[in-house]
Design a protein. Structure first.
Length: 145
């Protein structure tokens, strides 16, 4: 059963072009990982794989529409999913209206266990990106990894 999740929208203090270019190369995400997890991550331009708590998650870029969206698909993951990152021009000059949509194949038990956590994680990712773009430290949960 496919479950659909949509994050809140955030006004990121970067233009759609700048933000899109930061997300388009999967190797950029390895630079943001804490040092203790760097060995658990591999990436190239189109692909990233990481292992956390014994689970491997691999994601590939399926589509790039310059400065508008990036579609990601699970390659190896305990849950099959597709995520779409949206980079829309904001009504505020120099900002991007950023949001994330995820479609995940979850059975009823997984949906009950994970559904709220997925929604919460998507919203926290958008909030963290907004905070970072404005020079603030994001609120990171202590149990993230």
């Amino acid at each position: 059963m496919t479950a659909h999740y949509s994050s809140r929208h955030g006004q990121v203090s970067k233009s759609p072009e700048e933000l899109f270019m930061a997300f388009t190369d999967m190797r950029n995400f390895t630079r943001m990982a804490p040092e203790k997890y760097k060995d658990a991550i591999t990436a190239d331009f189109d692909f990233i794989s990481f292992t956390v708590r014994g689970f491997t998650v691999s994601v590939r870029v399926d589509e790039r529409q310059p400065y508008r969206l990036i579609r990601l698909g699970s390659s190896e993951s305990p849950v099959e999913f597709v995520a779409v990152l949206h980079f829309d021009p904001s009504f505020l000059p120099g900002k991007t209206d950023f949001s994330i949509e995820v479609d995940a194949n979850l059975n009823l038990m997984m949906k009950a266990m994970l559904g709220g956590k997925i929604q919460e994680a998507l919203d926290k990712m958008v909030d963290a990106l907004v905070d970072i773009s404005e020079g603030r430290m994001p609120q990171m949960p202590s149990d993230i990894l």
